[in-house]
Design a protein around this ligand. Structure first.
Ligand code: AMP
Ligand code: ZN
Length: 121
């Protein structure tokens, strides 16, 4: 059984409010906030409130939660100013593990959008 919160985890501290964030969205299950170091004109993160280290820990029991996160991403991207598909659009990135470039070990997706060029990608 995974713990629902890790007191050492940066994003769990953001969920609890111990560390402030620029909130984009919140419900019982998810928190979305602006990335502190944006690579694109629109760059926010969506995280589940429960502590899961990464995609590597995802199992069938998380399928519905992951589905809801993927439904939330396009809605929030448009709300944050992404131009509509197909001219506009957005990118979803989920870094996993060291080789995947993951720095914060609390599952999150990056949502990137806005006119190019971007700093990365
Ligand atoms: P990753 O490399 O996928 O683990 O991405 C972690 C992301 O979290 C990076 O893009 C950081 O800029 C971002 N980040 C780190 N600390 C904070 C914070 N306190 N508030 C918002 N974003 C953060
Ligand atoms: Zn956490």
């Amino acid at each position: 059984m995974s713990q629902h919160s890790d007191p050492q985890c940066l994003f769990c501290k953001i969920v609890s409010g111990a560390i402030p964030s620029k909130k984009v969205f919140e419900d019982e299950e998810f928190l979305a906030f602006h990335d502190i170091n944006p690579w694109a004109p629109i760059h926010f993160l969506i995280i589940p409130k429960i502590h899961l280290p990464s995609m590597a820990q995802i199992g069938h029991e998380h399928a519905q939660m992951m589905g809801r996160m993927m439904v939330l991403a396009p809605k929030l991207a448009l709300e944050q100013g992404a131009s509509p598909y197909p001219k506009g659009g957005f990118r979803i990135v989920c870094n996993t593990g060291s080789d995947g470039g993951q720095e914060v070990h609390h599952l999150h997706v990056h949502v990137l959008a806005g006119p190019r060029p971007w700093l990365k990608g």
